[in-house]
Write a protein that binds this ligand. Structure first.
Ligand code: ZN
Length: 68
């Protein structure tokens, strides 16, 4: 099956049945506002490194926030 990063649109072909891991190595689900998005290794590690989301993800977070 194909996974796509929500931030940079990187696509990866990955079969969980082969490695018995739910996601490609380094890929993770991240909670952005009220939704969960899949981020690739590099986008996810940016968050780990900076401790915050990229501008794109912040924008997603802002636009997804309707309950002010
Ligand atoms: Zn990415």
């Amino acid at each position: 099956m194909q996974f796509q990063c929500k931030a940079c649109s990187t696509k990866i072909e990955y079969d969980p049945a082969i490695t018995l891991e739910a996601m490609p190595k380094g890929w993770r689900m991240h909670q952005i506002g009220t939704s969960r998005v899949l981020l690739c290794k590099s986008c996810g590690s940016q968050i780990d490194f900076n401790g915050e989301h990229s501008p794109y993800l912040k924008q997603m977070l802002t636009t997804g926030k309707n309950n002010t």
